[in-house]
Unconditional design. Structure first.
Length: 427
């Protein structure tokens, strides 16, 4: 009663609240399973911290060159253990996910090599890294060519296509785990493991890199546990736990990670430099919280799919299928749906709740885009956020939620906005 009336004070009608409660009560078993995965991953994080003797001294950083940065070096050993790898590069000097991926590619490819994407078209920002869209400083400018094996119509690896695209110049195969902003399915870690095995059976010296963005801690294992030479991602998504204010990571084979370090800093310097300044407490604590934060975001995504599928909208993933990342796509079929949804997310945010998102012609997009986020960390998408291009099929992409309670309120608020704007009626 108290909770219902607090929701009421915050604009959520009794009808919306009780509809949400009904959906929640049907999700108990699924949420239980998510909590069990989070518990397991939480233990793995703590175990890696114990093994590497994380101590108070690790929390203070260095300045200047950053030689002998105990906290930074220990944190990288924690990550390596957690991901079952030889080595890790986890740095605030890696500015974002795209930078981490570009770093992994540029440092492990040489002129004349070919890069193969085994999961179809990669994430938008990688098109410019690779040179699919001509761009200053792309791999293409360095004489590194690109080939692509598309997924099958049902979103599975096309093993014969992969085989046919591998040639004597193929040096590195990239696999994107998450669907990103496409409507294909997200690949499971098991599926990725099978692809890695297949690729290595063709030629064992081909390197496999996995773009792990949005996938961390959703399952009990990561692609690195199934043989990925490099697993790469952003710290302002899942593994930063909402606390990391910047950063990216590359975990994997020692040689690959060393290559990346020597490109991030300089030949001859590698991992030895790169002051952590004051950032380590957030990196450690963020990683510590990440399994639970990821679970909150996952519950939010499942809650949203169940709400909107019930109301007749198509959801990817759908209301019942297994999850391999935290992104939820909902197709509204008209611009008003996308706009009302984003307004609801914005109004439920802890920061900038008073702002109203509007569609605008974002650089790099071929239509107007609306984005909603009222974040503690700018652009963080482990925090509750949503965006959608204003073009058919008028789908919104929604992700994040540092706590399940916030994700729940945010989603109820989207429904309230859709009702208030006359896009949806609740019987
Ligand atoms: C977010 C994302 C990226 C790029 O990350 P940024 O931090 O936005 O540069 C790359 N690949 C996938 C699948 C992503 O979701």
């Amino acid at each position: 009663m108290e909770t219902a009336s607090q929701y009421g004070k915050m604009g959520i009608s009794e009808k919306v609240y009780s509809f949400g409660e009904k959906i929640c009560s049907e999700l108990k078993e699924r949420f239980e399973k998510i909590d069990q995965t989070a518990e397991y991953n939480q233990l793995r994080v703590i175990d890696a911290m114990h093994k590497n003797n994380v101590g108070e001294a690790c929390l203070s950083g260095t300045t200047g060159y950053g030689y002998n940065d105990l906290g930074r070096d220990t944190l990288e050993r924690v990550w390596a253990d957690l991901f079952g790898c030889e080595d890790a590069l986890v740095r605030p000097q890696i500015t974002c996910g795209t930078h981490a991926l570009a770093l992994a590619l540029f440092s492990n490819l040489r002129p004349g090599d070919e890069l193969l994407s085994a999961a179809g078209k990669p994430y938008d920002t990688l098109e410019e890294v690779i040179g699919i869209r001509p761009s200053q400083g792309s791999l293409a400018e360095y004489g590194i060519t690109y080939a692509q094996a598309d997924l099958t119509a049902d979103g599975e690896f096309d093993f014969e296509a992969i085989r046919s695209k591998i040639n004597e110049r193929t040096k590195l195969v990239t696999i994107q785990r998450s669907k990103g902003y496409q409507t294909r399915k997200t690949l499971s870690v098991t599926q990725i493991g099978e692809a890695i095995k297949f690729i290595k059976s063709i030629r064992s010296d081909i390197l496999v890199m996995v773009d792990n963005c949005y996938g961390e801690f959703v399952e009990r294992i990561e692609p690195s546990h199934l043989g990925a030479d490099m697993t790469v991602g952003s710290l302002i998504k899942n593994p930063g736990g909402g606390l990391a204010p910047i950063g990216g990571y590359i975990v994997g084979k020692k040689e690959c990670v060393e290559n990346a370090a020597h490109r991030l800093t300089s030949p001859g310097l590698g991992k030895e430099v790169g002051a952590s300044l004051g950032i380590l407490p957030q990196f450690y604590q963020g990683l510590f919280l990440a399994p639970i934060v990821t679970a909150s975001a996952l519950k939010g995504a499942i809650f949203a799919a169940n709400i909107y599928e019930r109301l007749g909208f198509s959801c990817v993933p759908n209301a019942t299928e297994d999850r391999h990342d935290i992104i939820q796509a909902i197709t509204f079929g008209k611009p008003e749906g996308v706009i009302a949804f984003c307004k609801g997310v914005q109004a439920a945010s802890p920061v900038d709740s008073f702002a109203t998102p509007e569609p605008w012609p974002m650089p790099g997009y071929d239509s107007n885009v609306i984005m909603a986020a009222g974040n503690f960390v700018s652009g963080s998408s482990i925090e509750l956020s949503a965006d959608g291009p204003i073009k058919p099929p008028y789908a919104v992409y929604f992700q994040g939620g540092l706590t399940w309670a916030h994700a729940k309120y945010g989603i109820l608020n989207t429904l309230q906005f859709l009702i208030n704007d006359g896009v949806v009626t609740l019987n």
